[in-house]
Design a protein around this ligand. Structure first.
Ligand code: ADP
Ligand code: MG
Length: 216
């Protein structure tokens, strides 16, 4: 039976860190328009530290690896996004549990738990112009694909497409959470930085969690 291994999860974190590094300046530019121009630096600092914390450390389990990522993000990323991404990974890691590998349906459930952690912590709803607008459709698309009996790789690809569409949909939105909300109507017309980094996270998942050593 198809399983997501601890190595697959490590590849996910590695690719996310690489995509954040490659998009660091773009994330900062987006945050310069409606925030304080630090999202690229925040995420780059956090994902670099998180990867260093788990790379080559032979984590005991899938959950332990992802929880370590969450703890590192909480302690290294300031601002709104650090605690929110940290909570996401802590919840995902807790839900993944202490096995070395996890079935796709359980990974999907763990991603749902991570999203719920972000929503509980940040209290953002759909349409508030935040990372939730990328994460929530991604988790829903993944669940729907699995429920329809589609292969895991297709569920992940559907999640990545939904995250990208959700990210794009933030552009016309008026921000109701975070710094961008201080701008009121003037926040409209700009893509949300956190939704943009969240779409990178899901894109990285789609390239790594289906196994086969992709990504990295
Ligand atoms: P800060 O806003 O403190 O400078 P960042 O620039 O690193 O932190 O992150 C900004 C991103 O955080 C926003 O683009 C948005 O997606 C996300 N964000 C802010 N507040 C919330 C919230 N309450 N819930 C979910 N996401 C949020
Ligand atoms: Mg900022």
């Amino acid at each position: 039976m198809e399983q997501v291994s601890t190595d697959d999860l490590l590849a996910w974190i590695r690719l996310f860190a690489r995509l954040v590094a490659e998009n660091r300046d773009a994330l900062t530019e987006l945050d310069a328009a409606i925030g304080d121009a630090d999202h690229g630096a925040n995420m780059h600092r956090g994902t670099t530290a998180a990867l260093a914390a788990v790379d080559g450390a032979a984590p005991a389990s899938a959950g332990a690896l992802v929880k370590k990522v969450g703890m590192t993000l909480v302690s290294t990323v300031g601002g709104a996004s650090g605690p929110l991404y940290g909570t996401f990974f802590l919840r995902v890691g807790t839900a993944l549990g202490e096995e070395a590998s996890v079935a796709p349906a359980d990974v999907a459930a763990a991603l749902r738990a991570g999203l719920e952690g972000v929503v509980t912590r940040g209290r953002a709803e759909a349409g508030d112009k935040t990372m939730v607008d990328a994460l929530a459709p991604a988790v829903a698309a993944c669940e729907e694909a699995l429920a329809a009996g589609r292969p895991w790789a297709e569920a992940l690809a559907a999640a990545a497409d939904a995250a990208a569409a959700g990210r794009d949909a933030t552009t016309p939105m008026v921000a109701r959470k975070g710094r961008a909300s201080y701008l009121g109507e003037r926040s409209a017309g700009h893509q949300d930085p956190g939704a943009t980094s969240a779409a990178l996270l899901v894109a990285a998942a789609a390239q790594t969690l289906a196994g086969g050593g992709a990504g990295g």
